[in-house]
Design a protein around this ligand. Sequence first.
Ligand SMILES: *Cc1c(COP(=O)(O)O)cnc(C)c1O
Length: 403
Amino acid sequence: MKPASKTPDWVLAALEERHQQNLMRRTITLESPQVPHAQIASQDYTAFCSNDYLGLANHPSLIKAMNDTAETYGVGGGSSHLVCGHLAPHQALEEALADWLGYERVMLFSTGYMANLGVISALADKNRPVVQDKLNHASLIDGALLAQAPLRRYLHGDVASVQKLLTKSSAAGLLVTDGVFSMDGDIAPLAELSQLANQYDWMFMVDDAHGLGCLGENGRGCLSLEGLDSASLPILVGTFGKAFGTAGAFVATSHDYADYLTQFARPYVYTTAMSPAVAGATLASLQLIQSVEGQERREKLARHISYFRQRMQSLPVELIPSNTAIQPVVIGDSKTAIAISEQLKTLGIWCTAIRPPTVPVGSARLRITLSAAHSDEDLMLLCDSLEKVLTAKLLSAKRLNPM
Ligand SMILES: *Cc1c(COP(=O)(O)O)cnc(C)c1O
């Protein structure tokens, strides 16, 4: 065997720093599907940190659709959409999504991260700035970096702060926000933002990764909750890795924008199309989301959310005003967040602590996510366990720091 090459000192130093700050990240391996019951290192847990909000990731209809599509069209995309990788299942999925959301066109992307990179880097440049919410997803921020566009960020959800930035800007550009914020679960003031964009002649884009499927009429997400449509929200990004239970993403938009992105969105042009089998499974997922079963799943999720919030009211925790499946319990420092996550594990609950830089410094948290796949008993176990662990933490803090 060749001797291992020496790791550069700066790599080791960066790792050491993450260790010291309790910020080291590692992958864990699930030996089972997603929610509700995950097997990790041969132990059974009830998982409360997956984005499988509707419990579709392991749904028999999706599995069957994936197998059937693979039988007919194969597994691999084979090439990019523009060469010969755009197969009938991709086209069917694009048309069904466009129909569902009321847009002229939908374009598929391999991931949500790439959809955001692609759309923003194509639409913004050094003369067309990007204005974003402070808490926007990393992929939206990175899109502006790739565009080499001026990037300005406004106070979270603060419409006055947006208006200030738009007034000050010498050129019109792209206003972009998460629909549901991924680490907080609250919803952006989309109707007001749309109006501002219109008033200042800015392009307006929303990434509704966490709203689509879960919220609004027919699961149409923030769009429907906030009373928007293809005219007031010309660029809508959605992802399939969350409520849809598959993988990939899309942008819903007009013919003109879609034609433009087909030319200029590099993460669309220079990558292999998603697997046609995944497109087939995603179409089955969309049909489920639009069906009575989808509606029942959304209603069950909503019941879990209100039960959880009601139980947490009596606990010494900071709850974020969220009515979505994302229900963060903000702990503060990373070390305590990890300790609480570890204690929950001993009670059979899996909830990975989320730490900086994913969230702002001092706001490490349990990003608890609820799913229609959870039973009432699962929710009870979660709330009872949190009650135990968080009350114990409060008592020990008092002993250390008597009032
Ligand atoms: C998860 C997420 C993405 C990335 O989507 P992937 O398909 O996982 O790459 C983009 N935006 C938001 C708001 C997300 O939460």
